[in-house]
Design a protein around this ligand. Structure first.
Ligand SMILES: NC(=O)C1=CN([C@@H]2O[C@H](COP(=O)(O)OP(=O)(O)OC[C@H]3O[C@@H](n4cnc5c(N)ncnc54)[C@H](OP(=O)(O)O)[C@@H]3O)[C@@H](O)[C@H]2O)C=CC1
Ligand SMILES: CC(=O)N[C@@H](CCC(=O)OP(=O)(O)O)C(=O)O
Length: 317
């Protein structure tokens, strides 16, 4: 069977990258909306209801509107926005989050694609909290830099406008109310919100995020190797996943591997563990493409899982 796919918001940053990844797929019929009708309610409703899977790449309000326009119980939905990520009626679309999540996505009719920032935090912390190497009330801070495509079309235009020289390093979100905090807390195992300090840089795509840990705040102080083994074992047990754990090399600088653009164009996330057992300090670093595993790649991975085809179809990594 050829599955009909409708990408609502196909001309936007996330939508375009999904389209590119799906080009050439013979098992899919990507049904497209005429550009001048992309905000026409009747036409969107028609295509949403004609699709086997609708992928929403829209602002939150428009995504909610799309969901309300679906009148059948056959169209499955993958929503790339923030609208449903902590909604109990939706399945969180981070397949590597825990064993069994891929199966949950496969059965779901409504899948919320994760935010780009939360995936690095959840991937870094959930296995450590589950293994009781860190307590759920550990006071986490989360720092990271993202390419400007994370801000969508408007931010891309601002950064690429002729005559501008935007900063290489621009912190934001310093009211500590970032829209990703609820899903970070809901899925990482933390029972308090992390202190999140995002930065946007003057490059289009890719991100490098870090979770620093004062291990002497933990009752039974883990070593760097303990942290690394817990992460490596956790992700080794998840088949068909795209999260990798780099070999442990205490204290060595791995500058090239930490470049935020390392995995651009792929669906890979790599976790690195750095630690000094004498000072009881460690940092877990995650590197991935905000438009790959952070958005469009994850959406294609979820689509594959929902259609029951190889999760790696159309994805590099
Ligand atoms: N960029 C990223 O790295 C990530 C983005 N996301 C999320 O994905 C979603 C899309 O983001 P992104 O692709 O970056 O955003 P863009 O601004 O690049 O694209 C959004 C698209 O939606 C269209 N649109 C806006 N309102 C409506 C409407 N009422 N009806 C139909 N179409 C509409 C826009 O059209 P027009 O431009 O003509 O207004 C545009 O084509 C957002 O919820 C975002 O938060 C999630 C993870 C990462
Ligand atoms: C650099 C930048 O501005 N990034 C965006 C996150 C992009 C993303 O993940 O989008 P969602 O809204 O779908 O979660 C931000 O911090 O709001």
């Amino acid at each position: 069977m050829v599955a009909k796919i409708f990408i609502d918001g196909e001309a936007g940053t996330t939508g375009l990258q999904i389209r590119e990844r799906l080009a050439g797929r013979r098992d899919l019929d990507v049904i497209s909306i005429a550009h001048d009708k992309r905000k026409d309610l009747d036409e969107r409703k028609r295509l949403l209801n004609a699709a086997d899977v609708a992928i929403l790449c829209l602002p939150d309000d428009a995504a909610k509107q799309s969901v309300s326009l679906i009148e059948n119980d056959t169209t499955k939905v993958i929503d790339a926005s923030t609208a449903y990520r902590v909604d109990p009626d939706w399945t969180y679309g981070f397949a590597e989050m825990e064993p069994g999540q891929t199966e949950a996505i496969a059965k779901a009719r409504r899948v919320a694609n994760p935010g780009c920032w939360p995936q690095g935090l959840i991937a870094s912390l959930r296995p450590l909290i589950e293994a009781r190497l860190l307590p759920g009330d550990y006071p986490v801070s989360y720092h990271g830099i993202s390419g400007y495509s994370g801000g969508g079309r408007q931010m891309i235009e601002d950064y690429e406008a002729a005559g501008t020289t935007p900063s290489q390093f621009m912190p934001y979100g310093l009211s500590f109310k970032h829209k990703h905090l609820p899903e970070m807390q809901a899925y990482s195992g933390l029972n308090r919100a992390p202190l999140f300090e995002p930065v946007v840089g003057n490059f289009a795509q890719g991100m490098t995020n870090s979770v620093p840990l004062h291990l002497d705040m933990v009752a039974e102080i883990p070593t760097g190797k303990d942290l690394h083994a817990a992460l490596a074992d956790y992700y080794a047990a998840i088949s068909d996943g795209f999260v990798r754990v780099a070999p442990y090399e205490a204290g060595l600088a791995k500058t090239a591997a930490l470049d935020p653009q390392t995995h651009n164009g792929t669906n890979v996330m790599t976790l690195h563990v750095f630690a000094n057992d004498e000072t009881a300090q460690a940092v877990i670093v995650s590197v991935y493409d905000n438009l790959g595993k952070g958005a469009s790649g994850a959406a294609v991975q979820n689509l594959n899982i929902m259609l029951g085809v190889d999760p790696r179809e159309s994805l590099e990594g």
